[in-house]
Design a protein around this ligand. Structure first.
Ligand code: G3P
Ligand code: CA
Length: 265
């Protein structure tokens, strides 16, 4: 379906927005419907997911190169078809997990867009260089199919593309200039660099470890018209630091906890 025109809830109140990193993955198995539904029920403003292409070129939400850590099976995602991935259980490995199928990007987009509040899905392209542009081409086609590739403004966008790869974001921005993008990085060199400006990313994404030592990066981003997205923030002092500095989006494995802390400030 087409994206609804309402602004995101976070645009109507001050303070940082909470992004559920792989869903409420501190409580339930990452990248499962249950983990994302819990995050939404807990009031998350955004969801984060990692995407990889299967052997038959379908997007699935899996962080690692292999499915060994997060499923009952084993093997490299890009060497398995979607049907083969569906033979494995992606929930029961977790102490609090119930049986779950591998989650496709299409399923997660549907869940995100059907939720009662407007929320944003931050989609991370993993190691896209290997496919030479195919990931971005297919991702843009998918975002068009869901009606979220050309938002009325970046602030209203229901999707964002994030990546450690500047090349990946460059390809996205060439074809979808209104889509928010975040260039991720976890070194001081990244923060001092000009890659985000060169690719036209609308945000930069330092890790919390990097941000603690380089707090001025948030102001530098703001001066350049970019927002800051910080990951992965699970401790209260770090959450307070993000709020003090004016970090816009804060990714966490514990969205309920973070939402409570921000509400207290
Ligand atoms: O949200 C960005 C963060 O997820 C990047 O690191 O390894 O968890 O994908 P990783
Ligand atoms: Ca990620």
């Amino acid at each position: 379906g087409a994206a609804r025109p309402e602004p995101l809830a976070v645009d109507r109140r001050p303070g940082p927005a909470v992004v559920a990193h792989r869903g409420a993955s501190g409580e339930l198995p990452e990248h499962t419907v249950a983990a994302y539904e819990l995050a939404l029920a807990q009031g998350a403003d955004g969801l984060e997911c990692d995407i990889r292409l299967t052997k038959d070129l379908q997007f699935v939400c899996v962080h690692d190169r292999t499915i060994d850590r997060t499923s009952s099976g084993s093997g490299v995602v890009s060497e398995l078809t979607l049907d083969e991935l569906r033979e494995h259980d992606f929930g029961s490995w977790h102490p609090h997990g119930a049986s779950a199928q591998v989650l496709t990007l299409a399923e997660l987009l549907t869940l995100t867009l059907d939720w009662e509040r407007p929320v944003r899905l931050f989609i991370e392209t993993k190691h896209p260089v290997r496919f030479g542009g195919l990931v971005e081409q297919k991702l843009l086609a998918e975002l068009h199919r869901f009606g979220v590739a050309a938002p009325p403004s970046a602030d209203h966008s229901r999707a964002a593309v994030i990546s450690f790869s500047a090349a990946s974001l460059w390809r996205i921005r060439r074809h979808a200039p209104l889509l928010p993008t975040v260039l991720l990085g976890d070194t001081a060199r990244f923060l001092g660099g000009s890659a985000a400006r060169v690719v036209g990313a609308t945000g930069t994404g330092p890790s919390i470890t990097t941000l603690r030592d380089h707090q001025r990066t948030v102001d530098r981003d703001a001066a350049a018209g970019r927002v800051t997205y910080c990951w992965t923030v699970d401790e209260r002092p770090d959450a307070e630091l993000c709020a003090d500095l004016g970090v816009r989006w804060v990714a966490t494995n514990f969205p309920a906890r973070l939402g409570g802390w921000f509400a207290d400030l």
